[in-house]
Structure formats: structure tokens, C-alpha cells
Design a binder for this molecule. Structure first.
Ligand code: 13P
Ligand code: SF4
Length: 303
């Protein structure tokens, strides 16, 4: 605790020196969420990156989030605590595979979950996050949609549209691990609890949800609901904000395995080091960034 206090003080000093802001995803360790200027889901953090007038953005999340920040704020320096914090789902789709699929469906528009590399984004028409996926799909003027890379979120949004969706076979290792059996056991143990679930979970698990939504939507729902007890079907870092917003309510994570190891690679020491050395810095080639930016900006414009 004493060491964390010193690290936090050092971060505050460095932040001032560098004119930096710290953005932290809800899946980051508590100690990182505590020092963030903004905590949020991937949508809110992309917005904050686009709007900031700081010189430096420290992005505590996974690699694609830092890249999206850099693309939306090309004049800023974007640094991350550890470049090994990647997203396995984002790595499940590559440019060559996507190009081949586009050739097979020349009339389709391509929607990319923000969990993709800058290169993949540059081959797409519009991005989305779990918070706005349904609205983004509605906004598209094509009858056919290629959807990358999350098959679970793709299945979920396909239920709200008549458009034909061609869905890539990617998934989030963390959310996809949750099973119907896990949820049924938890429901039996906590019969008064509502089950709130992220759409990156498997369709048969999502179907059991009393509420389905992005991390932010889940936090808001739990805060506003009359229910006092919840079984949570998303990553365990979300507990930090759930407990701040709803201190008197009880939260049971659906399993102890709802942990994204990539998100947990970051820690306070690494935040200090990146602010001291200004490394690792995110770099996206200008050609890729320009195309990917169109796709991200279209997403930010969807109301
Ligand atoms: P949201 O931030 O959109 O809820 O997405 C969850 C996620 O898995 C981010 O990596
Ligand atoms: Fe990727 Fe899943 Fe981790 Fe999010 S929680 S960064 S989607 S692996």
C-alpha cells in the first residue's frame, strides 16, 4: 500500500510535467482506475481521446484502444504502459482474410468492432463498440453487412436487424468462457439476483440475461435498478465502478475466470515508467491512420 501511494504521487507529478491525461478501461486493475482522469468503456474512452487538449494520452487498456486514440488524436503523443497488452479477439481477423471476404460480397458494407487493429479498421466502412452496435447497424444503407470480428456480439445485434449479416468467427476468450451451467448454478445460489451480461458472451448465455449491455450500460442499469443483487457476466474489473456507483448493492461475478489477462498486464509501475520514458509510444502509419479515422469518425457521428 505504501509503495502504491508513492507510485501514485509520482504519476501525479509526471502527469503535470508532461501535460498528460490518463484514460483507463473498466477492466484495468483497481489501482490504475483510481488514478485515471477518465474511466470508461471503449466508446467513452475513444470520445475522450478525440476531445482532449492534453499533449500526451496515457492509454491504460489494450493495444487497439491506444491505436484508436492515436488515430482520433493524431497530433497527440499516445503512450501505453506495456505493449504486450493485446486483445486476442482483435488478432483473430487480419487484412488479407477481410479483403478476401469483401471480394466475395462486393455490395456489403463492413462494420468493425473497435476491437480490431488499425490496419483492419482501414479496410472497413464504420466502427462500433458494444455500446452503439445496434445504432451503427441501423445507420447503414446497405442490405448486406460484413461484421468483424466478434461472432457473439454479431449474433446479438443480428437479432435486431433484417439486414443480412456475414459474421466473422472471432470471440473474446474471457467472455466466451462463461457457460449456461455457470450461470444456472449462480442463479440457483442467488435466487433474488438479476443476471446482467455483456454481449461478448455466447448467445445461449446472453439469452439468460435480465439485462444485456456494454460495460457502461451494465453499470448504469445496476445503479438505476430497484434490484439489490446482481450476477455479473462481464470482466471483473467492472466491479470497481459498480461498487462506487452502487455501494449498497451486492455483486457476484458469474465465475472467477471472468478476468482478461491482457488488461491486467498493466500496473502502476509501468504507468510511471511510460510517463518517464515516453515509451512505448503508439505509432500508426499515416495512410492506414487516415482510412481508419474515417471509420472511427463515422462511428462517433452516429446518434
Ligand atoms: P466495452 O468496453 O465496449 O464494454 O467492451 C468490452 C471489451 O471487451 C473491451 O475490450
Ligand atoms: Fe479483448 Fe476480451 Fe480482453 Fe476485451 S476482455 S481486451 S475483448 S480479450
Amino acid at each position: 500500500a505504501e509503495q502504491n501511494k508513492l507510485l501514485k504521487e509520482r504519476i501525479m507529478e509526471l502527469k503535470k510535467e508532461r501535460n498528460a491525461i490518463i484514460l483507463a478501461h473498466y477492466y484495468q486493475r483497481d489501482e490504475i482506475q483510481e488514478i485515471a482522469d477518465f474511466r470508461g468503456d471503449s466508446f467513452l474512452l475513444a470520445q475522450k481521446a478525440a476531445e482532449t487538449d492534453a499533449d500526451v494520452i496515457v492509454f491504460c487498456g489494450v493495444h487497439f484502444m491506444g491505436e484508436s486514440a492515436k488515430i482520433l488524436a493524431p497530433g497527440k503523443t499516445v503512450i501505453i504502459p506495456d505493449e504486450r497488452a493485446g486483445c486476442p479477439m482483435a488478432d483473430m481477423v487480419n487484412v488479407d482474410g477481410l479483403r478476401a471476404l469483401k471480394q466475395q460480397h462486393p455490395n456489403a458494407k463492413v462494420v468493425a468492432y473497435i476491437n480490431t487493429s488499425a490496419e483492419v479498421k482501414s479496410e472497413t466502412d464504420i466502427c462500433c463498440t458494444s455500446a452503439n452496435a445496434r445504432k451503427v447497424i441501423e445507420s447503414i444503407d446497405a442490405e448486406e453487412i460484413i461484421w468483424v470480428p466478434d461472432k457473439n456480439l454479431g449474433d446479438y445485434v443480428s437479432k435486431f436487424t433484417n439486414k443480412k449479416m456475414i459474421i466473422w468467427e472471432g470471440y473474446c476468450n474471457t467472455h466466451d468462457m462463461l457457460t449456461v451451467k455457470d450461470v444456472e448454478e449462480m442463479k440457483a445460489a442467488h435466487p433474488n439476483a438479476q443476471f446482467v451480461v455483456h454481449p461478448e458472451c455466447r448467445p445461449e448465455v446472453v439469452q439468460l440475461g435480465d439485462f444485456v449491455g456494454s460495460t457502461t450500460a451494465i453499470i448504469k442499469y445496476c445503479r438505476e435498478s430497484e434490484c439489490q443483487e446482481f450476477i455479473v457476466g462481464t470482466e471483473d474489473g467492472t466491479g470497481y465502478q459498480l461498487r462506487i456507483d452502487s455501494p449498497d448493492k451486492t455483486f457476484h461475478f458469474a465465475t472467477k475466470y471472468l478476468v482478461c489477462p491482457n488488461m491486467k498486464v498493466n500496473n502502476l509501475k509501468k504507468v510511471v515508467r511510460c510517463l518517464e520514458t515516453m515509451q512505448p509510444e503508439i505509432y500508426v502509419t499515416p495512410e492506414t491512420a487516415e482510412k481508419a479515422r474515417l471509420s472511427l469518425e463515422r462511428m462517433l457521428q452516429v446518434k
